[in-house]
Structures are given as structure tokens and as C-alpha cells.
Design a protein around this ligand. Structure first.
Ligand code: ADP
Length: 462
């Protein structure tokens, strides 16, 4: 039997293990998911809604335990894990309500002898592949709309953080959602991914993770023409205009950047500051960033935990080394507490200035607590820099001038724009990216659409 060891990224200690499911077990799970679709899709929407609410309640009743497991396996500060449990259930609550609002419509016919009726149908069995940075919420924001729509659901969590997902799926069963309707399988991404994309029973793949893996899943889904929803990488710019409220911009940038140690796909990844305020802004920012408390996420006062693993750590360090070699100045941080043998990797919050576009950090997602600052003269230049990558997930700007705000909103090629707001995520809004940041939206009324087909009935000869 092969197992995946789950480790605490703050200490490197083993905290559990999960069995890697065999190919046969995964194919059986897929078949069970397919076979249970007929029954589940016919459960009435009000009943599905009630079961989802029960699931949400059970998660809330176990909030402390789930948050602790999440911190142990992901390293995120316990306050953020508690917040993530609320965030995760907010998707279940939202889609428990939306389940009852899957309206169809009628269309006036062009002859007296016809009637036209449009209904919405669930797409079928959905397979989800989720990342380690939000082990609870990335799963529920896929599972909740899928189940609400009448789809059956099977998830493969990230190898680094399977325990939170396993617990949440157990609670779904405890709530009364049948075991074959919502399932979890464990294994390595490329192997399980291939079984999912090859299967004719799976009608939709929903994925949150890196852009290269997303592209592979899209390609591999072509043979069976699956629906795909992709929430991929980001490279979020923060534009600070010359009239911005600097204190607000500093606080919101910190909230956006250092949440989950910089490991969210909408984290501020590059700061573009108007040259006239760059020095003042950088000083204010560095002063506050250097006060952030780094440590084990289980300590109540920790604000920045470890980064997830050695691969993530090496990428962050190499971006900082590349930037400093090319002339960037470290104004805060660039310190590390890491031990590859023991298996923990802390990066102290770092701010770099004199950054230019030739540095990798301005072109690639960092996924760590490092913030590069560059300057701009005109808004056009800021927009060009902001749009100048293949990514288009989140963007932020700070200005109190409405013309600047409207201009930036209209010209930024991103799915999400935060105007004086560094925390735009919520269950009731459509979250997702353009360009190579993804396909589709999660959350809001848009977030259930990808789980639905439109069926057109034409009644003739009346
Ligand atoms: P990261 O590099 O941040 O871990 P990934 O995109 O590699 O991001 O991981 C996100 C999820 O994708 C994880 O659940 C992982 O197991 C899965 N994954 C990784 N490689 C593949 C693949 N080739 N096919 C399908 N899923 C994959």
C-alpha cells in the first residue's frame, strides 16, 4: 500500500498519512459517482438545499477541530484557518439557497401550434482537483454549486493538505448526503488527473491550481469534450495613484499580500506606485511589514506562517536573488528560517524597491511573502505594466479620484478589480480570471452556471 505522508510545514513533523487510492479504486469511485447521478439529480431542490445546510451546520459545529487540522497541514495562522472555515461554509450556505432558484423559462413560439420550454439540468458527475492553499474553501466552492445543481461530485485534494478535505467529506456524509454522491479520492495529481480526464463518466473538470496544470487538464479533457472550469495562476498588480490615501493603501496591500504568507492566487504580487509618492509609501509600508509576526500558525499571535514546502520556498528565494542581483534594494526582510532536512521553510516578509520589469518577480507569480515596488509616471504606463503578463485574475488600485478610478477599472484586463479594497473575495460574488488565469467564475449566481446544461423542449402539432 502506498501512502502520502502529511507533514506540518511549520516543524516538518509528520502529522498523518493517507492511503494512495489505486487506479481500480478510483475508477470504481468514478463509476459509483456516475451511477448515483440518476438518483441525486432527481432529489428535489428543496431537499438538496436542506442537506447542504445540514452539512454547513456540521462543519460549523466542528469549526475549531477543522481549523486546527488546517493549520497543522497547511501552516496558515490559526485565525486565518478559523476564517477559512467560515469562508468555506459561506459557499455551502449560498448555494443551498441557489439550489432553489434554478429557474427555466418559456419562449413565445412563432406558430400557434408550438410551445417552447427551457429547463436547466445538472451536467453530470463532476471531478474537482484542489490546491493546498485553501484546503476547505476551494473544495466547498466547487462541491456546493455542483451538489446544489444536482451533480455528483468527486474531489482529489492536494497531496500536501488532504486531511481537511477528508474531514469535510466525512461531515457531508454525516449530514445525509449519500456516500456515492460526494466522494474523496487520494493520490498524485498527474495520475489521478489522467484517470479523471480519460473517464467518459466525468462530464466536468473543475480545477484550482497552477496555469501549466490547468492547460494540461484542458488539453486532456478534449477527447471526451468535458466542461472545464479553471481557476489558475495570478500576478496581481497594485497601482497606487498619486492622490491615494497612503495609509489605507498600505494597510490593504499588507492584508492582500501577507495573508496565508503570500500564498493565494489573488495576493498582491507587484506594487506600481506613482513616482511622486514612492519614497513616502515605501517607508510607511516597510515600517508596518517589519512588525508582522512570523511563526508557527498554532500560536495565536502569528500573522505569517511558513511557506508550504521546499519547492515553494526555492521559487521565492530565487526570485529575490534574481531581483537583488539585477539591482533591487531590500528595504525590509530577506531573512529566512529554513531547514530542508527537517522540512520547514519560513520566509520573513520582504519588501524590495528599485525593481524593474527585467526581474523575474515582475513577470511570474511569487506565492510567498515578498513585495516588489516599481514606480510609474503616467496611468497609461501603469496600465501597460499591469496588463503586460499572461495573467488576468485580480488587480487592485488605490485612488480617491473618480476619473482615475473609472479609467483604471475600464483598462485593467482582469476578472477581479479592487478599488481601495484589498479583500474582494466572497461567496456571493463571481471570482475568476481572464487570459491565462482561467475559465469560468466561482461564487455568486455565476458560480452555479458551469454545473448546468440548458435543455430546450419544443412541443409541436398542438
Ligand atoms: P502547486 O504547484 O501550487 O502545488 P499545482 O497546480 O501543481 O500547484 O497543484 C494543484 C493541484 O493540482 C494539486 O491537487 C495537485 O495534486 C494537482 N496536480 C498537480 N499536477 C497535476 C497533473 N498533472 N494533473 C492533474 N492534477 C495535478
Amino acid at each position: 500500500m502506498t501512502v502520502i505522508q502529511v507533514k506540518n510545514p511549520a516543524t516538518g513533523e509528520r502529522i498523518g498519512e493517507v492511503k494512495v487510492n489505486t487506479k481500480e479504486e478510483i475508477n470504481e469511485a468514478i463509476l459509483r459517482g456516475h451511477e448515483s447521478f440518476k438518483t441525486w439529480s432527481n432529489v428535489n431542490a428543496h431537499e438538496r438545499s436542506k442537506l447542504l445546510k445540514k452539512w454547513s451546520d456540521l462543519i460549523q459545529n466542528n469549526k475549531e477541530d477543522i481549523a486546527r487540522v488546517m493549520t497543522l497541514e497547511s501552516g496558515k495562522p490559526i485565525k486565518e484557518s478559523l476564517g477559512e472555515v467560515d469562508y468555506a461554509t459561506s459557499y455551502i450556505d449560498w448555494y443551498a439557497e441557489e439550489a432553489k432558484r434554478l429557474y427555466g423559462r418559456t419562449i413565445p413560439a412563432n406558430t400557434e401550434s408550438k410551445r417552447i420550454v427551457i429547463t436547466r439540468k445538472p451536467v453530470g458527475l463532476v471531478a474537482a482537483i484542489t490546491p493546498w492553499n485553501f484546503p476547505a474553501a476551494m473544495m466547498t466552492r466547487k462541491a456546493a454549486p455542483a451538489l446544489a445543481a444536482g451533480c455528483t461530485f468527486i474531489v482529489k485534494p492536494a497531496e500536501d493538505t488532504p486531511l481537511t478535505t477528508i474531514r469535510l467529506i466525512e461531515l457531508a456524509h454525516e449530514a445525509g448526503i449519500p456516500e456515492n454522491v460526494v466522494q474523496c479520492v487520494n493520490g498524485y495529481g498527474s495520475e489521478v488527473g489522467k484517470l479523471f480526464t480519460d473517464s467518459k463518466y466525468i462530464r466536468k473538470i473543475t480545477f484550482t491550481g497552477s496555469t501549466p496544470v490547468g492547460k494540461l487538464l484542458i488539453k486532456n479533457s478534449a477527447d471526451t469534450v468535458k466542461h472545464v472550469s479553471m481557476e489558475l495562476g495570478g500576478h496581481a498588480p497594485v497601482i497606487v495613484a498619486k492622490d491615494a490615501d497612503l495609509d489605507l493603501a498600505v494597510d490593504q496591500t499588507i492584508a492582500s499580500k501577507f495573508r496565508n504568507a503570500g500564498q493565494t492566487c489573488i495576493c498582491a504580487n507587484r506594487l506600481l506606485v506613482h513616482e511622486s509618492i514612492a519614497d513616502e509609501f515605501s517607508e510607511k509600508l516597510a515600517a508596518k511589514v517589519s512588525e508582522l509576526k512570523v511563526g508557527n500558525g498554532l500560536n495565536e499571535d502569528t500573522q505569517v506562517g511558513p511557506v508550504i514546502n521546499e519547492k515553494g520556498f526555492n521559487k521565492i528565494v530565487s526570485q529575490v536573488e534574481d531581483a537583488t542581483a539585477k539591482g533591487a534594494e531590500v528595504i525590509c526582510g530577506n531573512e529566512y528560517n529554513a531547514d530542508a532536512e527537517k522540512g520547514f521553510f519560513f520566509v520573513y516578509p520582504t519588501v524590495l524597491k528599485n525593481v524593474n520589469l527585467d526581474m523575474n518577480i515582475m513577470q511570474e507569480e511569487t506565492f510567498g511573502p515578498v513585495l516588489p515596488i516599481t514606480t510609474f509616471e503616467t496611468l497609461e504606463e501603469a496600465v501597460d505594466i499591469a496588463n503586460g503578463t499572461p495573467y488576468g485574475l485580480a488587480s487592485y488600485f488605490f485612488t480617491n479620484d473618480y476619473r482615475t478610478g473609472v479609467y483604471l477599472n475600464e483598462n485593467l484586463e482582469f476578472g477581479i478589480v479592487g478599488w481601495n479594497d484589498g479583500a474582494p473575495s466572497a461567496a456571493h460574488v463571481p471570482f475568476g480570471g481572464v487570459k491565462e488565469s482561467g475559465i469560468g467564475r466561482e461564487g455568486g449566481i455565476e458560480g452555479i452556471e458551469p454545473y448546468l446544461e440548458t435543455k430546450y423542449l419544443s412541443i409541436g402539432n398542438l
